[in-house]
Design a protein around this ligand. Structure first.
Ligand code: 8YV
Length: 323
């Protein structure tokens, strides 16, 4: 790409600094306060050929950019991007799979252990002087020993979590839209069926219309009074009011949550519950992994503008060709 041919890339809202720096070096970058069609001035509409974003991109924003060719989204979950609309308009959409898989799986295991063995609470106990003052931290009522683990969403991250759980010596079952080829774990056709067969449910499910509030009262009842629910996927997949009620009335034993329906707001009932372990959506949040995600965002743009071959197109857009 010669200097004069540099495509204009629009970055609405905040984006990882490493991605911004590389876009600045390789493209002509334009920043916008947020991805709002009303903010797109005519000069911008005439120029922008790519969007790199960590934020939602709706149909109106796509329509406001007639020269748009590609939306490079930061993150593996791209529910905030209207990928179907983009693809319909011939706009490529990419996400950042693979590079975050092991990090998110690590976090899921940490969250599971924090929930079951109360490690954050035990640390707070020590730091606040209670070990000295009151003696040993109480034995935890829950343990990983003897648990049966169900994984909801057997994609790349689900598989990476399953590999780790295998090393813990625990049996694994799963539910997914469909059975995954080559995966030998016990498969359940429904989430309810899976919840009934396990006592530890780890959700890695993406946000789709089909998964909206799918972790509901019935699923939590099926998980049962010794049940532990861990969510590392998306908050919208959980009926949070039902979860808070289930935690309060003993329908399940505890929950570890990294994601919430209305981030960064966390329902008060979940914040004050003694049997929750909560994280502020840090599944992939190490410098190492976020830098790798940033690189993949930019590499998708580079590859698209060089030869029309994005590295990681989302399924809705795989058929989109560079015009
Ligand atoms: C986000 C995530 O990328 O990849 C995902 O789907 O949930 C995260 O890694 C992160 O929250 C940045 O917005």
């Amino acid at each position: 790409m010669s200097h004069t041919e540099k495509p204009t890339i629009l970055v609405p809202g905040r984006l990882h600094e490493h991605a911004v720096k590389r876009i600045e070096a390789l493209f002509s970058i334009v920043r916008l306060e947020r991805a709002d069609a009303a903010l797109v001035a005519p000069e911008l509409a005439a120029d922008v050929r790519g969007v790199a974003a960590m934020t939602g991109i709706d149909a109106a924003f796509i329509d406001a950019l007639p020269k748009l060719e590609i939306i490079a989204s930061f993150g593996v979950g791209y529910d905030a991007v209207d990928a179907r609309h983009a693809a319909k308009k011939g706009v490529m959409v990419t996400n950042t799979p693979d590079v975050l898989t092991e990090e998110v799986a690590d976090t899921a295991i940490g969250l599971l252990l924090n929930t079951v063995r109360e490690l954050p609470k035990a640390e707070t106990y020590l730091r606040s002087g209670r070990w000295v003052g009151e003696g040993n931290y109480p034995l935890t009522g829950t343990t990983l020993r003897g648990r049966r683990v169900g994984i909801f969403g057997m994609g790349r991250i689900g598989l990476a979590i399953a590999r780790r759980i295998e090393a813990f010596g625990l049996p694994i079952a799963y539910h997914n839209r469909s059975r995954v080829d080559g995966v030998g774990y016990e498969y359940h056709e429904t989430l309810l069926g899976l919840a009934g067969a396990v006592d530890t449910l780890i959700s890695v499910a993406p946000a789709t219309p089909a998964t909206e509030k799918i972790v509901n009262r019935a699923v939590l009842e099926a998980l049962g009074p010794n049940g532990i629910f861990v969510n590392i996927g998306r908050g919208s997949t959980v009926d949070e009011a039902a979860l808070a009620a289930a935690l309060a009335d003993g329908t399940i034993r505890g929950a570890g949550l990294d994601v919430f329906a209305d981030e960064p707001r966390v329902p008060q009932e979940l914040l004050v519950a003694p049997n929750t372990s909560l994280l502020p959506h840090v599944g992939s949040a190490s410098v190492h992994t976020r830098d790798a995600m940033a690189d993949l965002v930019v590499d998708n743009l580079v590859s698209w503008f060089a030869d029309g071959k994005p590295l990681t197109p989302v399924p809705e857009a795989v058929f989109v060709q560079k015009g």
